[in-house]
Write a protein that binds this ligand. Structure first.
Ligand SMILES: C[S@@+](CC[C@H](N)C(=O)[O-])C[C@H]1O[C@@H](n2cnc3c(N)ncnc32)[C@H](O)[C@@H]1O
Length: 225
């Protein structure tokens, strides 16, 4: 299974609210908005194509994004020979307020779940999801809080995902010992959730300081500090 949380291309010098304070929306140079729509499609097609090469035929990809990039990602997936299984909505229990008051409060992120179009069989732990959901079919709207403070104590990453979100994804689509790849590792949330659930993990990131956070989180999890 591959989980990818690629750049959103939302860093446009705007402002947002974080812990009650007004802060810049900018995430880092990796998230700048200079690309044209064609370049954004090209960028996403490139990593999706590379991912397809290493993904087993029964494997699936989960891609997380916001309104800034998720539609482009959907186009890129179809152009690279993927079909969409689900459009999962992460509903945030505690979203920050919309400071400009010019739109509804942004309180969701989308996670596209996708498979190779030419292969019918793919791994889905349907029964486990139903059990976790109290015996009822699991729906495609998942409610989780924003990433908790104690998950950020090994270093700050601007777009760190909650561990419980990754645990749900991993439990749904893999079994113990399966190999998981995250080509946009960030602070390593996917790897931490994978390790907790006895899966193997490979993470890639362009920024070494984020890999250093990942190593610190891993050592803490394993009691190696
Ligand atoms: C949205 S963040 C991922 C956050 C991650 N899911 C977490 O929970 O911490 C995207 C990450 O992709 C990395 N990145 C951007 N461009 C990249 C590239 N071309 N190759 C590898 N990593 C890249 C950034 O450094 C950033 O850490």
């Amino acid at each position: 299974m591959i989980f990818a949380d690629p750049p959103y291309f939302l860093s446009n010098n705007g402002i947002t609210c974080h812990s009650g304070k007004m802060v810049s929306v900018n995430k880092g140079s990796w998230d700048e908005t200079k690309m044209s729509i064609e370049e954004k499609i090209k960028y996403n097609r490139k990593w999706i194509k590379a991912s397809k090469k290493v993904l087993k035929d029964e494997g699936t990809i989960f891609i997380s994004g916001t309104l800034h990039n998720i539609f482009v990602v959907g186009v890129a997936l179809e152009l690279e020979g993927f079909s969409i299984i689900n459009n999962i909505t992460w509903q945030k229990k505690n979203p920050p307020p919309h400071l400009a008051r010019k739109a509804f409060t942004h309180s969701t992120e989308t996670i596209i779940w996708t498979k190779k179009i030419d292969f019918k069989k793919y791994k889905f732990n349907y029964d486990l999801m139903k059990t976790i959901n109290g015996g009822k079919q699991m729906k495609d709207v998942w409610t989780f809080s924003l990433t908790k403070k104690n998950e950020k104590k090994y270093g700050k990453h601007p777009t760190q995902k909650p561990i419980e979100l990754l645990e749900r994804i991993i439990l749904a689509s893999t079994n113990e010992s399966d190999l998981i790849l995250d080509p946009f590792n960030g602070s390593g949330t996917t790897g931490i959730a994978a390790t907790k659930l006895n899966r193997r993990y490979i993470g890639i990131d362009i920024d070494k300081s984020y890999l250093d956070i990942t190593v610190r989180r891993y050592k803490a999890l394993k009691g190696l500090e």
